[in-house]
Ligand binder design. Structure first.
Ligand code: NAD
Length: 495
């Protein structure tokens, strides 16, 4: 569907109001009565409020999820019916796609062209993918002697907790909620306090599609209260998380302090984008490398935030890269001409500013950008920083903003050494026309995905895997279904 500016403009001022939690099939106010202001990064202005859930609010939602699971209206529903409801949900997401996309942009500032495809577009695809899969994954019969029949049943785990970040909330939320629901679980989802609006709307659409009351609950609020309560609950069987490593560590502790719930962590990255001198068209690779870091203002977990360029082409490559960075149109994310939108929050804007200050203090050279774009809202110029050394903070620490560090290398071994010299292991990119080198690099890079002669764009069929400190799990792909199922053996003596 082609996006239409007039339609976007019609939706951009729609009232948001004071939003409640969605629990047990209904909207619920907080027992404690606290709320959080929703500040739009596009304007810096408040556009509504969400509930700052108390422990009691979250426990009530978990109890509703547990009751619905035990009642079996969803967990024991015939798979064909469950499938039909999830297909209907995908249709409703498509029906309201522009409304969802604009609402999400007002909440987190992603440029509308990207938000439309990556948020409702990808969420609808994800619900369809897992709906299609749910009656195609069989249990097993294991090879035993003739006196025994050994069956392995696949069952839903029970109550799934999901905690997600503010970048791409609908896409990442769907990566977790769709397979969890498809497998027959009940779900309690906590969006980021910085971007909850589209996930509250998803709860409304799920109810409209026919997901029974209590099966899909959304509670908003701060991580330290609402997220922690989910993490420490004895009634949550599996917790799936996307966000920062610091919070991931808390969740592992909560599991140890409660019921040993499985914790699936999808965390941050500092992903190398490696350009060899045989990359082909330097201008084009530079343009795509700029896109790999500056799209959504770098607020992409897999962003190619560390450029490693072969020394022999460093100068022409940087020239083309800076040209692409400077030509990037940054502005109102709800204008179609904006290629890059806003920084998600004021705190994140300040983090970008600090990262540049820190780089200067470390002796790095800011080649372009490095400053806030003043005016309404939170905007930051695409920034390229030549690192003085591999120990520079801009090389080592995730900024999660439009800030690219640049290093160079002499040969393949040095490229591999620099690329892998990081605690993270989420994504990477390699640009080379040498097919043998491309395959070698796929084997040598420590990352969950190696993009070759492109950067980004993987779809629901392929897993997004975090290795090293980028996580212990993955979202997407058919295999993700297994995160939300448990196996049970029936060992039956038959003679
Ligand atoms: P964050 O870790 O600050 O917050 C993520 C979620 O955790 C939020 O909902 C927050 O409220 C909650 N939370 C915070 N403290 C908590 C606590 N003590 N207990 C339980 N929950 C708590 O991350 P963010 O700033 O929202 O997102 C940015 C981070 O997410 C970056 O590191 C980015 O790389 C990462 N990310 C990773 C992926 C991936 O697929 N690997 C995708 C997107 C973003």
């Amino acid at each position: 569907m082609a996006l239409n500016q007039a339609e976007i403009d019609r939706l951009r001022t729609a009232a948001v109001g004071d939003l409640q939690n969605f629990v047990d099939g209904d909207w619920r106010n907080s027992s404690g009565g606290s709320e959080i202001e929703v500040i739009s990064p596009c304007s810096g202005q408040q556009i509504g409020t969400i509930i700052d859930s108390s422990e009691a609010d979250v426990l009530a939602a978990i109890a509703a999820a547990r009751r619905s699971f035990a009642a079996g209206h969803w967990s024991r529903m015939a798979p064909q019916r469950r499938k039909a409801i999830l297909f209907r949900l995908a249709e409703l997401i498509d029906r309201d796609a522009l409304e969802l996309a604009v609402l999400g942009v007002r909440d987190n500032g992603t440029e509308i062209s990207m938000a439309f495809a990556a948020e409702p577009g990808s969420a609808a695809t994800t619900f369809r993918f897992y709906a299609e899969a749910l009656d195609k994954l069989n249990g097993d019969i294991t090879p035993t002697g003739p006196e025994v029949l050994s069956l392995i049943h696949r069952e839903p785990v029970g109550v799934v907790g999901a905690i997600v970040p503010w970048n791409f909330p609908l896409m990442i939320g769907a990566w977790k909620v769709a397979p969890a629901l498809a497998a027959g679980n009940s779900v309690i989802l906590k969006p980021s306090e910085a971007a909850s609006l589209t996930l509250l709307k998803l709860a409304e659409l799920a109810a409209e599609a026919g997901v029974p009351a209590g099966v899909f609950n959304v509670v908003t609020g701060q991580g330290a209260t609402a997220g922690r309560t989910i993490g420490l609950s004895h009634d949550v069987d599996v917790l799936t998380f996307t966000g920062s490593g610091n919070v991931g560590r808390h969740l592992l502790r909560y599991a140890a302090d409660s019921n040993f719930k499985a914790i699936h962590l999808e965390l941050g990255g500092k992903s190398p984008n490696i350009v060899f001198d045989d990359c082909g068209n330097i201008e084009e690779v530079a343009r795509l490398s700029a896109r790999a870091i500056f799209a959504n203002s770098g607020q992409v977990c897999v962003a190619g935030s560390r450029l490693l360029v072969q020394e022999s082409i460093r100068e022409p490559f940087l020239e083309a890269l800076v040209k692409a960075a400077d030509a990037t149109v940054v502005g109102d994310p709800l204008r179609l001409e904006s290629q890059v939108g806003a920084i998600g929050t004021k705190a994140q804007l300040d983090k970008n500013i600090r990262a540049v200050e820190q780089a200067r203090a470390a002796g790095d050279t800011v080649i372009t950008g490095g400053e806030q774009i003043t005016g309404d809202g939170y905007f930051f110029r695409p920034t390229v920083i030549a690192a003085k050394s591999e120990d520079s903070p801009v090389v080592r620490e995730e900024v999660f903003g439009p800030v690219l560090s640049v290093q160079s290398f002499r040969d393949e071994d040095e490229a591999v050494r620099l690329a892998n010299d990081t605690p993270y292991g989420l994504a990477s990119g390699v640009w080379t026309q040498n097919i043998s080198r491309a395959h070698r690099m796929v084997g040598r890079l420590e990352a969950g995905v190696v993009h070759v002669n492109c950067y980004g764009g993987a779809d629901i069929t392929a897993p997004l895997v975090g290795t090293k400190q980028s996580g212990n799990g993955f979202d997407r792909s058919l295999s993700a279904f297994e995160k939300y199922q448990k196996r049970k053996t029936a060992w039956i003596r038959i003679s």
